[in-house]
Structure formats: C-alpha cells, structure tokens
Ligand binder design. Structure first.
Ligand SMILES: C[S@@+](CC[C@H](N)C(=O)[O-])C[C@H]1O[C@@H](n2cnc3c(N)ncnc32)[C@H](O)[C@@H]1O
Length: 229
C-alpha cells in the first residue's frame, strides 16, 4: 500500500528521530555497557586474585604450580581460546587459571575428575573464586567420558593418568580445532609410565607443531594443530 502524500513528512521525521536514537545508542549506550563490563571484569579479577592469594599454600592434591597455572592462563588469553577441556581437575588449581582466562575470552571449560572428594572440593573452590559460571565440572572416569564428548575444543589440558595420555591424545585430536592446542602436564618425566609413548605420538603426528615449555619444572607440552589431518 502506498503512503498518502500528507502523512509522508511525519513518517520521514519519525524515521529521522529513530535514526538519531539509534545513533545515540551507538554513541552513548555502548560505552556505558562496556564501562559496566570492565567494572564487572575488574571485580572478578580482584576476587580471583584474592582467592589465589589466600590459597597459595593450600594446594595439596597434586595440583599444578602457580607458574604452570600462569602458562595455561597466557596460552588461553593470547590465542583467544574459548572451548576448553581439562582431564584431571583434582581440587581445581589449573582449572581456576584456565577459567579465569576464559572469563576474558568469553569461553567455557569442561573439566573431568574421577575422585568425588576432589571434585566436590573443586566445586567449592570455583564458587569461592567466583568462576563457577565458566566451568562445567564433571565427576566421571575420563576413560568413559572422553570418547563421548562432542567437541570441538580449541584448548585441551591433560593432567590425569599418564599411561592414558597417548590414548587421550588419539581420541581428542579429531575434536581439536585447527589453530587449537593440546597441552599436557608432567612431560619432563620421560621415565613416568606412558610419557615416552605420548611424546612419540606427538612427534609422529604430521599436522602438529609441538613445543615443551622449559620454564615449567614439571614440563608442559604444547602441540598446536596446523591442518585438519
Ligand atoms: C595431577 S592431578 C590434577 C591436578 C589439577 N590439574 C590441578 O592443577 O589442580 C590428577 C587428577 O586426575 C584424576 N584422575 C586420574 N585418573 C582419572 C580418570 N581416569 N578420569 C578422571 N580423572 C582422573 C586424579 O584423581 C587426580 O585428581
């Protein structure tokens, strides 16, 4: 239906007002929103820092060191990873570093633990650090759950049963996005059962580029997927 001549100017001025309002939204509302988001992120950062400070000497369940936690944090933030998986939550130290990084990239972590006591303690720690919304913590045997996970993931951290590292790698490589990385803890212990087989599997995979983080005493391997196969 055509608009009658007499109504057209009013329609045009309404359109102009709407356009101006939209422009104001762009000019004023967005900065207000991002200022709010920045404040929320700052509050979260303070909460996580305070939690990590309080619990610095309380990690007793085979947890990663603080400096290894920072390595994981940096990897996620610098590469803007958003779909993370961890095998071996324990009481949650590494998960807290990964999830803190994901709070900045807008991502989420799935983390798996077989021990109910450690899983429950991890849940308490995640809540205390203010990071629960970034973590999907599963109480499960990773041997059963990993084959059923859909993926894709762009960041994987394995820190559980070493004799299964090569198997986890084989199961998860097809679920790792190109550009994503598969990381594993304690790879300096070549004499630990399973580590040598795992490192050989990394070496024999053509579409991977692997580095060992030397600043880590335990050794963290970081293998980035360069192409689909
Ligand atoms: C070295 S600790 C993980 C430390 C943790 N990443 C941290 O920094 O806090 C290894 C954990 O893997 C868990 N684990 C071992 N085998 C597992 C399996 N098959 N499925 C799930 N978790 C497993 C152990 O119970 C243990 O809590």
């Amino acid at each position: 239906m055509r608009t009658p001549q007499s109504v057209r100017p009013r329609v045009r001025s309404a359109t102009l007002i709407l356009r101006a309002a939209l422009a104001c939204g762009t000019l004023f509302l967005v900065p207000i929103c991002s200022a709010q988001e920045t404040r929320q992120q700052q509050d979260l950062d303070n909460r996580v820092r305070q939690f990590l400070g309080r619990s610095r000497y309380r990690w007793r369940d085979m947890n990663v060191s603080e400096s290894d936690g920072r390595v994981l944090y940096d990897l996620v933030v610098q590469n803007n990873y958003t779909r993370a998986l961890e095998i071996g939550t324990s009481t949650g130290h590494s998960a807290i570093w990964i999830a803190w990084a994901l709070s900045k990239t807008g991502g989420k972590l799935v983390t798996i633990e077989i021990s109910e006591r450690r899983h429950n303690q991890a849940l308490e720690n995640f809540a205390e650090a203010g990071l629960s919304e970034f973590i999907d913590a599963r109480l499960a045997d990773a041997h059963d759950l990993v084959p059923r996970l859909e993926g894709p993931f762009d960041f994987i951290f394995v820190d559980a049963d070493k004799d299964w590292y090569a198997r986890y790698f084989q199961l998860l490589l097809p679920k790792l996005e190109v550009g994503g990385c598969f990381t594993a803890h304690n790879v300096s212990g070549r004499r630990i059962w399973g580590i040598r087989e795992f490192l050989e599997a990394l070496e024999n995979t053509p579409n991977l580029e692997t580095e060992i983080v030397r600043s880590s005493r335990a050794g963290i391997s970081v293998s980035c997927k360069k192409s689909p196969s």
